[in-house]
Design a protein around this ligand. Structure first.
Ligand SMILES: Nc1ncnc2c1ncn2[C@@H]1O[C@H](COP(=O)(O)OP(=O)(O)OP(=O)(O)O)[C@@H](O)[C@H]1O
Length: 721
């Protein structure tokens, strides 16, 4: 189907007449090529729409193309002709050599254009809208990605893929409920249930486009569609901030504010808006727009560079949780308009969102707060700062993306549902101090963040992180900063170690003291105590000499029992006191539970009693000998020796410590005296016991003699008889 273009030339519907050259653009459903129309040797653009990817039916698409071809305005990209090629619809258009405003910003103006250029671009676009509205059309997809520029600075509004006719009836009218478009640019009434919309929806999108051209990106552009929906409905409308956007005129700010009024009836028509002072003073585009791309490479090379960059960014964002945002971001960057969601589905999904995931209600009266936010967040924040949480997830930007109305920090706080306190603390630290570009490794991010800034941000983040991970050498701060649970775990671990140690034989060589866990002061104290059994921690054990360690059998109080002294004890009825270390009788060696009364029981045969008594006598003799030896050993040189064995406090050496020596000596003397008196008391007891035993022995002897005398008498009597 051939049509004539504005230049009155005829373009054939034969795909063979078109030689497709470089790819100059791509969207949700289409790829656009620079092409040569061979019969006329004229450069054109061919948009190849993939019909499989289009939601609309073929008739709708055909009608759309027809509409486009009937449109005739210097600021609207018209279709020369359209035809189906296999699964594609080809739309032939004039080639706009400098591509879209979005691509231009992405390549050379990431923070937006200057006001003069914006004024010109917007004025031309508004002229196109005025024309379309007059013709009964709603464009429905006004955005920088659809504003095309040619090399003369001519500005044209493109892409009628989602446009609608106000005079549509039936199915097409109903299809307006299933809005296909770009959420960031959508008017609240388009997103709101039940509310109808009209050409004023384009005026809202026009206002958003103005902000996009001013900042390099649309408000909320970093958010997933559902969040954008909620923000658009619940938040105060975005706008140019009086403080933050100082570089822009009051007139520009006013014009934007007029477009971005939630009540569509209060928005001006395109016709009325064109009369605003901002547009009256706008320069002709050939003056203000043409210079924007003066030094840039050809469009197809720019597009290729952008494609590579997008691909790299998508590859970097492989984490599933960041996927949605990554796609959202990427789609935006590519200038794709169609998320192709059903508005009713989206509204339903939005109603299921948790309260605390929602945006805080913010009325239009919150202007004061808006300017505060604008002040608080530096222009740096415009380029989309994000913070990184403990799980390395990308989270929402913390700074106002675009305008004060976005209130992003609050959104972010509310969105951190379910994270633990530590994460929150860390994140709040980041919020305070650390500005991280969304993806520092991406070329885009690195281009807007100096290396120094990145390094500082990283260092700060590491510092914050290190406050949480206390795993270095023992430091008071670190110990104090251990969380309760950590401490609990540590002490539990040590308890377990202790338990295991006690179950093992004490011959095992102990682990060196572990100072990374909590200090075990009570255990160490118990090592010095006279009564409490020591827990086998490393510290005290390490102080024992190697020989003792090698033969260590048991530690009790201040004393260690080695296999050597155990051997000595083996053949002896004596054992060492667990508490004070004296040698005492081993109870099993002597039936102490048997009272002297029982011994004196005349029913016991002498053959049984004799060994016991002899044993008792022997033991008492040994005891006596030991006591005497011990008393003899309490001479000064031996005392010093004894202290070497850890039995008594060691004497400090050195002439300069005379006072201390005296003190220590008197202390030792006092201890020795106590010891002596204890031993003397014990000796007296033992003597008493010995006397009693001797008495019993005598009695038994007497009884024995008496018994043997009776036996002799009996024998004698028997013999006599
Ligand atoms: N006539 C043209 N001349 C030069 N470049 C063009 C032309 N038409 C479109 N482009 C480029 O191709 C890109 C995609 O085109 P278009 O927006 O029409 O595709 P789409 O699939 O409908 O996209 P969207 O996802 O925005 O609906 C544009 O952003 C623009 O950069």
């Amino acid at each position: 189907m051939g049509r004539t273009g504005g230049n009155q030339r005829t373009y054939s519907a034969n795909p063979g007449d078109y030689k497709l050259l470089e790819e100059v653009g791509y969207g949700a459903t289409a790829t656009v090529y620079r092409a040569i129309y061979l019969p006329l040797n004229e450069v054109v653009a061919v948009k190849c729409l993939d019909l499989d990817r289009c939601n609309s039916n073929l008739d709708d698409i055909r009608r759309e193309a027809q509409t486009m071809s009937l449109i005739d305005h210097q600021n609207v990209v018209r279709a020369y002709c359209s035809f189906v090629v296999e699964q594609s619809l080809w739309v032939v258009m004039p080639f706009m050599a400098e591509g879209s405003c979005l691509h231009l910003m992405k390549i050379a103006y990431p923070d937006g254009f200057e006001e003069a250029a914006i004024g010109s671009i917007l004025k031309e676009t508004l002229k196109a809208l005025e024309y379309l509205h007059r013709q009964g059309h709603i464009h429905r997809d006004v955005k920088a990605g659809n504003i095309l520029l040619d090399d003369n600075g001519v500005v044209k509004l493109a892409d009628f893929g989602v446009s609608a006719c106000l005079f549509d009836t039936g199915d097409r009218q109903r299809s307006r409920n299933t809005f296909v478009g770009t959420p960031c640019w959508m008017a609240p009434e388009v997103l709101q249930p039940g509310s109808g919309y009209n050409s004023k929806a384009d005026i809202w999108s026009f206002g958003i486009t103005a902000l996009e051209l001013a900042h390099g990106h649309a408000p909320f552009s970093k958010y997933p569609p559902m969040k954008v929906l909620l923000m658009t409905i619940q938040n105060a409308p975005p706008g140019l901030d009086y403080d933050r956007d100082k570089r822009f005129s009051k007139s520009f700010k006013e014009m934007v504010a007029m477009c971005l009024v939630k009540d569509q009836t209060k928005r001006p028509t395109a016709d009325k808006l064109l009369k605003h002072s901002f547009f009256k003073n706008a320069k002709p585009p050939e003056l203000s727009v043409k210079k924007l791309f003066a030094d840039l490479p050809p469009l197809w090379n720019r597009v290729k560079a952008l494609q590579l960059k997008d691909a790299a960014q998508l590859a970097l964002k492989k984490m599933p949780s960041a996927e949605q945002e990554a796609i959202s971001q990427s789609e935006y960057q590519r200038g794709v308009s169609a998320w192709n969601f059903d508005i009713e589905d989206l509204k339903e999904q939005a109603s299921l969102l948790q309260d605390d995931d929602d945006m805080p209600e913010m009325s239009e009266e919150d202007e004061g707060r808006k300017s505060l936010v604008g002040e608080k967040y530096s222009p740096d924040c415009q380029s989309g700062l994000v913070k990184l949480n403990l799980n390395n997830k990308l989270v929402q930007p913390e700074c106002g993306e675009q305008t004060s109305g976005e209130e992003l920090p609050q959104v972010d706080c509310l969105n951190r549902k379910g994270k633990n306190l530590e994460s929150d603390l860390l994140e709040s630290g980041c919020q305070e101090k650390v500005g991280w570009k969304k993806d520092v490794s991406s070329p885009e991010a690195s281009s807007s963040m100096t290396e120094k800034e990145m390094l500082q941000a990283k260092t700060k983040a590491q510092m914050l992180k290190s406050r949480h991970t206390q795993s270095g050498p023992l430091m008071p701060g670190a110990v104090l900063n251990h969380s309760l649970s950590e401490r609990g775990q540590s002490s539990e671990r040590n308890e377990n170690e202790i338990q295991q140690c006690t179950e093992k034989t004490y011959r095992e060589v102990r682990r060196p003291p572990n100072f990374s866990g909590p200090l075990m002061l009570p255990n160490r104290a118990s090592a010095n105590s006279l009564s409490a059994p020591i827990k086998p921690t490393g510290g005290f054990r390490e102080s024992l000499d190697d020989k003792s360690k090698a033969n260590l059998v048991q530690i009790k109080g201040r004393f260690s029992v080695t296999s050597e002294n155990l051997d000595l004890v083996k053949g002896s009825p004596l054992r060492k006191s667990a508490s004070v270390g004296e040698w005492i009788f081993e109870s099993k060696q002597m039936p102490v539970n048997q009272s002297p009364k029982e011994f004196s029981n005349g029913n016991l045969p002498a053959s049984l009693l004799m060994p016991h008594l002899q044993n008792l006598f022997q033991q008492t003799a040994i005891q006596q000998e030991l006591i005497l030896n011990f008393l003899n050993s309490l001479q000064p040189p031996e005392v010093a020796d004894a202290s070497q064995n850890g039995k008594l406090p060691p004497l400090p050496r050195g002439s300069e410590n005379n006072g201390i020596i005296e003190l220590a000596a008197s202390e030792r003397e006092r201890l020795l005296l106590i010891k002596i008196s204890e031993l003397q008391a014990r000796m007296i007891n033992l003597n008493d016991e010995l006397t009693a035993e001797k008495l019993k022995y005598t009695q038994l002897q007497w009884q024995l003699n008496a018994a043997s005398g009776r036996e002799e008498n009996g024998d004698k009597r028997e013999g006599d008889a």
